[in-house]
Design a protein around this ligand. Structure first.
Ligand code: FAD
Ligand code: NAD
Length: 466
C-alpha cells in the first residue's frame, strides 16, 4: 500500500478537485507514480448517484452507494494526498488553490493554499433555483447523501404529523401532498420511488392516510423527461397515471412559501394563471447551476467570457484560455449532457492523457541525454546510440498519437416506479427505446452490479443511464 510522502521535487504537482464521477474515474486510471497527486474535496467518499433516489425511501441503504476515498486511494501504486476541504478560490496566474476546511471539527489551521503545476477541476454543480424565492429555505434537494436522509425524515414526519390528534382534514391533505418540482430524470425517479414507498409500505403501516397521500410532479415544459424518446415520455406519463402520480406540465413554479408553492400555468383559454399548491414535502429537482469557485475562475480568464453553463473546454478537456487546467463532468461544457456517464468517460480520458504526457516527457529526457552522450562518445559507440535514439523517436511518435476526447453514449436509463424503468439505448444496429418490467430488471442489475464492484474499488462505468 502507498505511504504518504513529501512531494518529489522532480515531479509535477497535479491537483484534482472533487471526488465525484469525473475525478474518481481519473484517479482510478491515473498512474500516480508520474506526479505528486493531491486530491481536494469536502466529501471524503465517492457517491454512486444513480441509486440516490432509492435511498430516500430506504429501498437502498446509503452506505452501500458510498465508497470512502481513503480506501480507494490506498490501492494506488504511489501515495496520493487527500485534503477534506473546499476549494474556495483558484488563482490562475499564481497557480494556487485556496482551500478551507468547512467540516464541523476544525484544527488551528482550517484555511490554507495549495500550489499546482497541473489542475483538474471536477467540482460538479450546485442545485439550480433560478433565484426563485423560498426554495432554499423550504425545499429539499436531491444531490447528496444528507439530502436523501433529510427527505426520508421529512416523508415520515409529514405522515406522522398528518395523523396527529385533532388535525383538520385540510391540514391532513396538505401534509400528505408530496410535490416534486422538475420533470427531469431526478424528479421522475424520485416521484416513482416515493409512490412505491407508499404502495409497498406506508399504505400498510398507516391505512388511515391512504386516501390523502398524493404525489404531484410539476414541470415547466410540455412534457417530462425531455431528453428521452417520445414513446418513452408517453410510457412514463401513462405509468404515472396508473400509479396515480399527478403530472402538471407547462406549470412553472415562481415562488415557494413554507406551506405552498405558487405556480404559473396556462388555462384552457390560453390565459396565464397563478395557483397556490399546498404541500407537506417539497423536493426541488430543476437541474444544475455553476459553483461559485467555477464562476470565479471563469471571470479570471478572458476566453471564458461567453461561456454561461460552465468551464468551456477544448477537445482535450483543457479549459479554454489556459494550458495547465483541465475540467471534467458537470462543471465543464463540452457539448454533452451533465451525466455520470460523460463525467466518467472524461475522467478516464484525462488519466490516459496524463499517463501519456508523463511517458512523453520521460522519452524526451532520455533523448536529450542520449544526444548529449552521442556528442561525447567515441566514434564506434555513436552508431549504437544513434539506433537507440531512432527507436525512442519511433516510440515518442506512437505515444504522442492520442486523439481528442470522444464521448461514446451507452444509453439512458431511468427508474419510473412500479418496478418499471425506461431505457434509450443505442446498439450497434440502431436505437432501442424500451420501457417496462424487463427494462427494470436490466436497470437494477446494471446498477447493482456496478455498485457492488465499486465496493471492491474496481468499479467499471459500462452502462450508466444519462
Ligand atoms: P459530482 O459527482 O457531483 O462530484 C463533484 C465533487 O466535487 C464532489 O465530490 C463534491 O464534494 C466536490 N466539490 C464540490 N465543491 C467543491 C469545491 N469547492 N472544491 C472541491 N471539491 C468540491 N447520471 C447518469 O449518467 N445516470 C444516472 O442514472 C444519474 N442519476 C442521477 C441521480 C441523481 C439523484 C443525481 C443528483 C444525479 C444523477 N446523475 C446521473 C448525474 C450525475 O450524478 C452527475 O452528472 C455526475 O455526478 C457528475 O459528476 P462530477 O464528477 O462532475 O460531479
Ligand atoms: P434536468 O435539468 O434534467 O431537469 C430539470 C427540469 O426542471 C427541466 O425539465 C426544467 O424544465 C424543469 N424546471 C426548471 N425550472 C422549473 C420551475 N421553476 N418550475 C417547474 N419546472 C422547472 O435536471 P435533473 O433531473 O436534476 O438532471 C440533471 C442531470 O443529471 C441531467 O443531465 C440528467 O440527465 C442527469 N440525471 C440522469 C439520471 C438518469 O439517467 N437516470 C437521473 C438523474 C439525473
Amino acid at each position: 500500500p502507498a505511504q504518504q510522502e513529501d512531494p518529489d521535487p522532480k515531479k509535477k504537482t497535479l491537483v484534482v478537485l472533487g471526488t465525484g464521477w469525473g475525478s474518481v474515474s481519473l484517479l482510478k486510471k491515473l498512474d500516480t507514480e508520474n506526479y505528486n497527486v493531491i486530491v481536494i474535496s469536502p466529501r471524503n467518499y465517492f457517491l454512486f448517484t444513480p441509486l440516490l433516489p432509492s435511498c430516500t425511501t430506504g429501498t437502498i441503504e446509503h452506505r452501500s452507494i458510498m465508497e470512502p476515498i481513503r480506501n480507494f486511494l490506498r490501492h494506488k501504486k504511489a501515495a496520493v494526498k487527500y485534503y477534506e476541504a473546499e476549494a474556495t478560490k483558484i488563482d490562475y496566474e499564481k497557480k494556487m488553490v485556496y482551500i478551507k476546511d468547512e467540516s464541523e471539527v476544525k484544527g488551528n489551521v482550517s484555511a490554507t493554499e495549495v500550489p499546482f503545476d497541473m489542475l483538474v477541476v471536477g467540482v460538479g454543480a450546485e442545485n439550480a433555483t433560478f433565484g426563485i424565492p423560498g426554495v432554499r429555505e423550504n425545499g429539499c434537494f436531491l444531490k447528496e447523501v444528507p439530502d436523501a436522509q433529510k427527505i426520508r425524515k421529512r416523508i415520515m414526519d409529514c405522515v406522522e404529523t398528518a395523523t396527529f390528534k385533532d388535525q383538520s382534514p385540510e391540514e391532513i391533505k396538505r401534509l400528505l401532498h408530496m410535490v416534486v418540482v422538475g420533470g427531469g430524470p431526478t424528479g421522475v425517479e424520485f416521484a416513482g420511488e416515493l409512490q412505491d414507498f407508499f404502495e409497498h409500505d406506508l399504505r400498510k403501516w398507516i391505512p388511515e392516510i391512504a386516501n390523502n397521500f398524493h404525489v404531484t410532479l410539476v414541470e415547466a415544459l410540455p412534457s417530462v423527461l425531455p431528453s428521452f424518446s417520445k414513446n418513452l415520455i408517453d410510457y412514463t406519463e401513462q405509468t404515472f397515471k396508473e400509479e396515480t402520480i399527478e403530472i402538471r406540465t407547462k406549470t412553472m413554479v415562481k415562488n415557494v412559501t413554507e406551506k405552498y408553492i405558487e405556480a404559473e400555468f396556462t388555462d384552457a383559454s390560453g390565459k396565464k394563471q397563478l395557483e397556490q399548491i399546498p404541500y407537506g414535502l417539497l423536493v426541488w429537482a430543476t437541474g444544475n447551476a455553476l459553483r461559485p469557485v467555477v464562476k470565479d475562475l471563469m471571470s479570471q480568464i478572458p476566453a471564458q467570457k461567453d461561456s454561461r453553463r460552465g468551464l468551456a473546454v477544448n477537445e482535450y478537456l483543457v479549459v479554454k484560455g489556459t494550458e495547465n487546467i483541465w475540467a471534467v463532468g458537470d462543471c465543464a461544457v463540452a457539448n454533452y449532457a451533465p451525466t455520470a456517464q460523460v463525467a466518467a468517460q472524461e475522467g478516464a480520458f484525462l488519466a490516459r492523457l496524463f499517463n501519456q504526457m508523463a511517458k512523453t516527457e520521460q522519452i524526451e529526457l532520455e533523448l536529450a541525454k542520449l544526444s548529449d552522450d552521442q556528442s561525447k562518445a567515441p566514434k564506434e559507440a555513436r552508431d549504437q546510440i544513434f539506433n537507440t535514439m531512432k527507436d525512442l523517436q519511433k516510440r515518442l511518435r506512437r505515444v504522442k498519437q492520442m486523439g481528442p476526447f470522444e464521448y461514446s453514449h451507452q444509453g439512458s436509463l431511468a427508474y419510473i416506479g412500479s418496478e418499471k424503468a425506461v431505457a434509450d439505448i443505442s446498439w450497434l444496429t440502431g436505437n432501442l427505446a424500451t420501457g417496462g418490467q424487463l427494462t427494470y430488471v436490466f436497470w437494477r442489475s446494471a446498477y447493482l452490479s456496478m455498485c457492488f464492484s465499486s465496493k471492491c474499488s474496481s468499479y467499471e462505468v459500462k452502462l450508466v443511464g444519462g
